[in-house]
Design a protein around this ligand. Structure first.
Ligand code: SF4
Ligand code: SF4
Length: 345
């Protein structure tokens, strides 16, 4: 038995938004909502059953693309809950009308994205006019349908100043918890570093705002995308929950592409194998998976920070996507150190 309790299922590549920071490696060439090789509802249920033979799965994140583009998503959620899984729908939130929300089982968790409380800024980052208003309506529709809401605040240089207002808005909307995710670079977004990267000052501004909200409101805020301590030391922000790359440990969230291909996580485009022809245990314990997580970046070998052993260079998938190797540290570090010069990435 492998130890994995969570998995991400990308149920479609399609998305109707054009977020500036989108890391989807297929973002320039999205398949339609249901491509010929997209797993059907039944295939997803059967795949999960097979994975459950190999792993004590407890939670599935349904992602994409935009999962709410699939009309059969409520049925997929129902199936997975019957399989005993907690389900989180990871969505931009704008398609969550009252009619749609009412089709989901009670207690379905919707993880909605907010970039702040400034409608124009939110819409600019999402690339869609009117998105902000629709996310708010979506959050209200979810809670009125007895579903639950969590808010993910994705932070770039464009909205670092909006973190406090985003979190407070989330609290007003009934969010039960927060993810505070700094932009994570990929091949598609590295060229936009001049626009998207946070400075060290902006990282501090973001974390200080979140720390205050955590203290004042008792909000649970997870800083999920790792921030290497050589960029900003997390130790002073003691009410935030900092995440580190699980690197194939029991906390890993292996990710299933819309067509059943398995990847190390949602940020990585590396294919570990095909779950339609190989078992989850085979693929997660195989050579490709072990080799993916093994490297320690050369820059980190002599690191003496007390968190070095958990940091180990930040996000290896980001290094892999931007540099083609996990032997270099997270591209974020060079971007920040170079004063945001995209050409050096
Ligand atoms: S392990 Fe590497 S990335 Fe992390 S703090 Fe040390 S030098 Fe920075
Ligand atoms: S490689 Fe990066 S995105 Fe993937 S699990 Fe690790 S930190 Fe998260």
């Amino acid at each position: 038995m492998t130890p994995y309790k969570q998995i991400v299922l990308e149920v479609t590549e399609a998305c109707h938004h054009a977020c500036l920071h989108c890391y989807n490696f297929w973002r320039e060439h999205r398949a339609p909502v249901m491509a010929p090789d997209t797993l059907t509802r039944v295939e997803i249920r059967d795949l999960i059953r097979r994975i459950k033979h190999d792993a004590p799965l407890k939670q599935a994140g349904l992602s994409g693309g935009e999962p709410l583009l699939r009309d059969d998503l409520p049925g997929i959620v129902e199936d997975l809950r019957k399989e005993g899984l907690g389900v989180v729908v990871i969505t931009n939130g704008t398609l969550l009308t009252r009619a749609r929300a009412g089709r989901f089982p009670e207690d379905t968790v919707f993880e909605l994205t907010l970039f702040g409380a400034d409608a124009a800024l939110h819409d600019r980052i999402a690339g869609v006019p009117g998105a902000f208003e629709k996310v708010l309506e979506g959050a209200i529709a979810a809670t009125e349908s007895r579903c639950r809401v969590a808010v993910s605040v994705v932070v770039s240089g464009l909205n670092a100043h909006e973190v406090r207002r985003a979190l407070e808005l989330g609290i007003a909307l009934g969010s039960e918890g927060f993810l505070l995710n700094r932009v994570n670079f990929s091949r598609c977004t590295a060229g936009q570093a001049g626009l998207l990267a946070l400075t060290v000052e902006q990282f501090r501004q973001m974390l200080e705002a979140a720390e205050l909200v955590a203290v004042e409101y008792g909000a649970s805020i997870a800083v999920s995308v790792p921030i290497p301590p050589c960029v900003v030391d997390p130790l002073p922000y003691e009410h935030l929950h900092f995440g580190w790359c699980p690197r194939g440990s029991s906390e890993a969230y292996y990710t299933v592409s819309h067509n059943g291909l398995l990847r190390p996580c949602n940020h990585s485009s590396r294919i570990l194998g095909d779950l339609r022809t190989h078992s989850f245990a085979e693929l997660t314990s195989g050579r490709a998976a072990r080799q993916f997580w093994a490297p320690i970046p050369a820059e980190c070998l002599a690191c003496e920070h007390p968190l070095a052993s958990v940091c180990r260079g930040g996000c290896p998938a980001a290094s892999d996507e931007c540099y083609g190797t996990r032997l270099r540290w997270d591209p974020l570090i060079n971007i920040v150190n170079s004063g945001v010069q995209a050409a050096s990435v």
